[in-house]
Design a protein around this ligand. Structure first.
Ligand SMILES: [Zn+2]
Length: 210
């Protein structure tokens, strides 16, 4: 009897572990249009912001640009994402300014390739090796259901001369520029602990009560 109970317990625990692993592996596929994640870390005089957004929120599509109009939309979005100072404002007394920015997306991977029209079969091997989320942006691979998804990730590094004075980050500019975003799920790690918030076009301010 006891042995049976132990066996059952082991099976259950095993099942839970598998379920969790399964969940973690699917994080990338689970993007919800209109929503995005923003992770913020404040450490020393530096604020790091990591945005992980469905491409559709920012450019209106999730395939590689198929014409000049889409390419220009994408290029403009990337250029604007790189100007963090216009998308978010920090408590002025904290004297913050952008130090670094990076924009990554499956939609940008083929940029600058002269022979864009070539068959994708041929380059599958070398392009796809170490990029787990590559095929989110790919329309040639016959995914089940024919659905395609792509994310745009942005990393901003902001330096603040008086980080102690930083009480608030306002993303009004971001919501104004990218109206396809209706919700930002924010997690912030501050020197004094963590805080989370859901920002929307009508609630754009993140309070940092340190
Ligand atoms: Zn999508």
């Amino acid at each position: 009897m006891i042995r049976d109970i132990i066996t059952v317990a082991c099976v259950l625990l095993g099942g839970i572990a598998v379920a969790q692993a399964h969940e973690a592996g699917h994080e990338h596929g689970a993007h919800e249009h209109g929503a995005a994640r923003l992770d913020i870390a404040v450490e020393g005089g530096t604020v790091q912001l990591d945005l992980d957004s469905p491409a559709v929120n920012l450019v209106g599509f999730e395939h590689e640009p198929g014409n000049a109009k889409e390419r220009s939309t994408l290029d403009k979005a990337v250029a604007d994402l790189k100007q963090g100072g216009k998308l978010m404002s920090f408590t002025p007394a904290a004297q913050c300014s952008q130090k670094r920015v990076m924009v990554k997306s499956g939609l940008l991977e083929h940029e600058g390739e002269a022979d864009h029209g070539h068959g994708h079969e041929a380059d599958k091997g070398h392009h796809h090796e170490d990029e787990a989320d590559h095929d989110h942006g790919h329309e040639h691979e016959g995914e089940a259901g024919g659905e395609e998804h792509a994310d745009i990730a942005v990393f901003w590094e902001i330096g603040c001369a008086r980080v102690d004075a930083l009480k608030e980050i306002d993303l009004k500019g971001f919501f104004g520029r990218f109206p396809g975003t209706s919700r930002l799920e924010v997690q912030a790690v501050l020197p004094g602990g963590q805080t989370g918030a859901q920002l929307t076009p009508s609630a754009t301010k993140l309070k940092l009560s340190q």
